[in-house]
Design a protein around this ligand. Structure first.
Ligand SMILES: [Mg+2]
Length: 228
């Protein structure tokens, strides 16, 4: 009997990669408009290089970029980049198709729902609030809530204990095999690979189930919970 579904956030519920790309694209255009003398392609590559070093949630990416490239921060360029980034990010922050439908259907069936994300607490909550999902989940567990990242068993065990379910009563849905699938599996939670959010061209996800559309999870739950 499946009684709870645990969802990864980025690239599982939210198309994070698209959001980031649109935001960076707009920011670079705006910085060039404000006077940055650099080919767009080069500026984008440099920004992603900083993200690779500092983490994708790094907040000082534009200051560091300008400091390193120009030797100083030109605040007209800096502010132009930030404003364009924020506007584009908000516009591009969308749920994958059928996310709302799926969450409603699972809730109707009486399942408990949780988010389990490696993102820091505030950015994770901001994304949920922008998408009006702040009331949907029974629990939202971020990196700051456990101090451990997937595939550590700590966040998964935390989710199980908050949800009051045994491992075999839960499903973990995620786009990252080495983190979401491996981590859930080692504590005995069955796994659903969100192939629609895969950005690594994963061949073997190692998951118990794979979905090309998130709504397929409803059918998986119905099948597992059907009277035998
Ligand atoms: Mg993810």
């Amino acid at each position: 009997m499946i009684r709870a579904v645990i969802f990864d956030l980025d690239n599982t519920l939210v198309d994070f990669v698209r959001m980031k790309e649109n935001a960076i694209d707009a920011a670079v255009d705006a910085m060039i408009d404000a006077g940055l003398e650099m080919p767009k392609k080069q500026a984008k590559a440099k920004l992603y290089q900083i993200y690779d070093q500092e983490g994708i949630e790094y907040q000082n990416v534009f200051d560091q970029f300008l400091q390193e490239e120009l030797g100083e921060i030109d605040y007209k360029i800096h502010a132009s980049g930030i404003v364009a980034y924020r506007k584009a990010r908000e516009a591009a922050l969308v749920l994958y198709p059928h996310v709302n439908l799926t969450l409603v259907e699972l809730t109707k069936r009486g399942l408990k729902l949780a988010v389990l994300s490696d993102a820091p607490r505030l950015p994770a909550w901001l994304r949920l609030c922008y998408l009006q999902l702040q009331h949907t989940f029974d629990f939202v567990i971020t990196f700051d809530d456990t101090g451990a990242r997937k595939p550590s068993s700590i966040p998964f065990e935390k989710a199980l204990s908050l949800l009051h379910v045994a491992p075999h009563e839960a499903l973990m849905v995620g786009d990252w095999p080495e983190r979401d699938m491996v981590g859930a599996k080692q504590v005995g939670i069955r796994t659903v690979f969100a192939r629609y959010g895969d950005t690594f061209d994963t061949e073997d996800s190692g998951a118990d189930f794979e979905v090309d559309d998130i709504r397929e999870i409803v059918a998986i739950v119905d099948r597992e919970n059907a009277p035998r």
